[in-house]
Design a protein around this ligand. Structure first.
Ligand SMILES: [Zn+2]
Length: 173
C-alpha cells in the first residue's frame, strides 16, 4: 500500500499527469491510501498491545504453575516421608505384638481378638476409677465387688461392653 502511495505521489510530482480529472483522481487515491494506512497502523498497534498483555498473563500463569508444582513436590515428599515412618512403626509394633502374644494363653488371646474385632479394635480396656475405659461406663457396686474379689489371674469383663477389664492400682477398687 505504501509502495502504491509512493508510486502515485511520484506520478503526481513528475508532472506526467496533466488532465485535471486524472490529477484529482490521483490525489483522491493518495488521500484514501493514507487513511487506510493510518487505520491499519491502529489495528497493528492494538494487536501488539493485546499480544503484550497476553504475554504478561502467560508469564504470570507460568509463575503460578511453577509455584504450585513446587508446593506439590514438597507435599509429596512430606507424605512419602510420613508413609515411610508409619510403615516402620507398623513393622516395629507388629513385631512387639507378636512377642507379647506369644506369652498369652491361646484361649485368652482368641477371646481378646474376637472382642477387638467386635469392639472397634479395642478388645481390652483399663478399669480406671471404677469406670471402664472402653465404654466409659461406671461399674455398678455389685460388679465392682465381684471384680474386687476376683483373683488377680482371673479374666474380668465389663458388664456393659464385654471388653476384658485390666485392673491397675488406679482402678478405684
Ligand atoms: Zn465397658
Amino acid at each position: 500500500m505504501r509502495q502504491r502511495a509512493a508510486r502515485d505521489q511520484k506520478r503526481l510530482d513528475s508532472g506526467a499527469v496533466t488532465s485535471p480529472k486524472d490529477l484529482e483522481n490521483l490525489q483522491h487515491e493518495i488521500a484514501s491510501l493514507a487513511r487506510r494506512q493510518s487505520d491499519l497502523e491502529d489495528v497493528v498497534l492494538e494487536v501488539m498491545e493485546r499480544r503484550e498483555a497476553a504475554q504478561e498473563r502467560a508469564t504470570e500463569l507460568t509463575g503460578r504453575v511453577e509455584s504450585l508444582q513446587s508446593k506439590i513436590s514438597d507435599a509429596t515428599a512430606r507424605r512419602d516421608a510420613a508413609v515411610e515412618e508409619i510403615d516402620n512403626e507398623i513393622a516395629t509394633v507388629t513385631k512387639e505384638r507378636a512377642v507379647i502374644a506369644g506369652t498369652i494363653p491361646a484361649d485368652l488371646l482368641k477371646l481378646y481378638d474376637k472382642l477387638r474385632e467386635q469392639q472397634g479394635g479395642v478388645g481390652a480396656a483399663r478399669l480406671y476409677q471404677r469406670r471402664c475405659d472402653g465404654c466409659r461406663q461406671e461399674l455398678a457396686i455389685t460388679e465392682l465387688n465381684e471384680v474386687r474379689s476376683a483373683p488377680a489371674d482371673t479374666v474380668v469383663r465389663c458388664e456393659n461392653c464385654r471388653r476384658i477389664l485390666v485392673r491397675t492400682p488406679e482402678s478405684g477398687l
